[in-house]
Write a protein that binds this ligand. Structure first.
Ligand code: C5P
Length: 232
């Protein structure tokens, strides 16, 4: 399990998404479908990409009362995706409900990954607006531990946090890490960035890569470079 490159398909239409994936003739990269594409195209885009042979991380970051998340996850499990996620801030009861809901009648289920603190949340905003006074990295590790206790498979985190997460939650607890850039590439709005090779050294299990692949002059070559650096 693990060690794969997931392409963030941050597009707002089926046409754009398929035109992008058609460039990969024959290859079937693992793809992430987020809120933008899912809200634009609905479950049909998931079914279409699945039918084309892609593994899918459905990045909808659920966060609601346990019963609602459980029922929503039961519906998502029918889409036969490979990975789903939710906010650890929804509590262990919510995460346990999610696991129950997402488990299919045959006992199989997608990987369930928790978002801890969003990377867009600063220490200052967390303290002032959310009234959480603990250091940010401590809340990240605490939320990861809650996710592990609830039986989840891993967390989304920065590659620089992957080692600490593995120490705290065990080596098989997965770290799914965005914020990836090539050494010679544009950073965009990401602040703390890591190359695919560094992410591998730091122990990431999956890297999530968007613009360095989707906006590249040659997306297939950029994807291939990620795979070579990260998977080897
Ligand atoms: O284009 P880029 O490589 O920055 O895309 C990264 C992807 O990972 C985007 O879909 C973004 O929403 C997602 N993500 C992130 N940071 C997080 C969680 C998700 O960049 N903490």
């Amino acid at each position: 399990m693990g060690k794969d490159v997931i392409i963030a398909c941050d597009f707002n239409s089926k046409e754009e998404t398929l035109a992008f994936l058609d460039k990969f003739s024959g290859k079937k990269p693992y793809v992430k479908i987020g809120m933008e594409l899912f809200y634009a195209e609905g479950p049909a885009i998931v079914q279409e990409l699945k039918a084309r042979g892609h593994q899918i991380f459905l990045d909808l970051k659920l966060h609601d009362i346990p019963n609602t998340v459980k029922k929503a996850m039961a519906v998502l499990s029918r889409l036969d995706v490979d990975m789903v996620n939710l906010h650890a801030a929804g509590t262990r009861a919510m995460m346990e409900g999610a696991l129950e809901g997402v488990t299919r009648p045959d006992g199989s289920r997608p990987l369930v990954i928790a978002v801890t603190q969003l990377t867009s949340t600063s220490q200052e905003r967390m303290a002032e607006e959310l009234l959480i006074s603990a250091p940010l990295d401590e809340t990240v590790m605490h939320y990861a531990a809650n996710a592990a206790q609830a039986g989840l498979d891993g967390v989304v985190c920065a590659p620089l946090e992957a080692g600490k997460v593995h120490q705290r939650c065990g080596g098989s607890f997965l770290t799914v890490t965005p914020g990836i850039r090539f050494a010679d590439g544009e950073k965009g709005d990401q602040v703390r960035v890591t190359t695919p090779a560094q992410a591998k050294e730091l122990g990431s299990d999956y890297i999530v890569v968007g613009r360095p692949i989707t906006q590249a002059a040659d997306p297939v070559a950029a994807y291939q470079r990620c795979v070579e650096e990260f998977v080897g």
